[in-house]
Design a protein. Structure first.
Length: 224
């Protein structure tokens, strides 16, 4: 394992030991990250999160006993673990898993066939407060919402400024702060200010909940 107080501290939860060790090798090879624990069940990762207080948990969905969705909810709502961020890492891109993971408090959703560089980038982005999603997952989510009957825009979106609505739409499409700044020709600091305003106005826990708000507010549909 790497050391250094500035390392991003990661816990890996997966019922396959070989995959856990492989992920740990990739993460520990990066000087900015350290795997501080591994768990094979949902109950184990909840306990480790409370004991170790990692920055990020990589969470499998299908595990013995408590599954990854329930474990995510327990970690993100726990009295001592509420600040721990969860990235759901799975072989499945089914829409119900994505929605359940997000509503349970997950900050991102990646597939197990993602490139190692994409995984490391996702951990960094999650630690910064962003919400990474595998491109295929975002595509499926957008398609699912577009296929649904039209819904009334939530009243809470009416309080947003035009610029905040633009930023929320781009967040819904999975863009990073850097990408939003480039798209709107504004500074990173300004993007962060808009994100902070959105979190406050929409009473969102984190950036992943802004993604949910963008979908439920039909902003993704309106920009296709």
């Amino acid at each position: 394992m790497n050391d250094g107080g500035s390392s991003i501290r990661v816990v890996i939860a997966d019922d396959q030991p070989l995959l856990r060790h492989s992920l740990a090798a990739v993460i520990n090879a990066d000087h900015d990250m350290t795997v501080v624990g591994e768990a094979g069940t949902g109950d184990e990762v909840v306990g480790l999160s409370a004991e170790l207080r990692p920055d990020v948990v990589l969470m499998d969905i299908r595990m013995p006993g408590t599954d990854g969705i329930a474990a995510t909810r327990r970690v993100t709502t726990g009295a001592g673990t509420g600040s721990v961020k969860v990235i759901v890492l799975t072989m499945f891109e089914l829409d119900e898993y994505v929605r359940a993971a997000l509503h349970a408090g997950a900050s991102g959703f990646l597939l197990k066939d993602s490139h190692p560089d994409a995984l490391l980038d996702a951990i960094r982005r999650t630690h910064r407060g962003e919400s990474p999603f595998a491109p295929k997952v975002l595509t499926r989510m957008i398609e699912a919402y577009i296929a649904q009957p039209a819904r009334a825009k939530p009243a809470s979106l009416d309080a947003l400024t035009a610029r905040e609505t633009e930023v929320l739409t781009l967040v819904g499409h999975g863009l990073s702060n850097d990408e939003i700044a480039a798209r709107l020709t504004i500074s990173i600091k300004t993007v962060k200010t808009h994100i902070g305003n959105l979190l406050s106005k929409l009473q969102a826990r984190d950036r992943a909940h802004l993604v949910i708000a963008a979908y439920e507010g039909d902003l993704v549909h309106s920009t296709r």
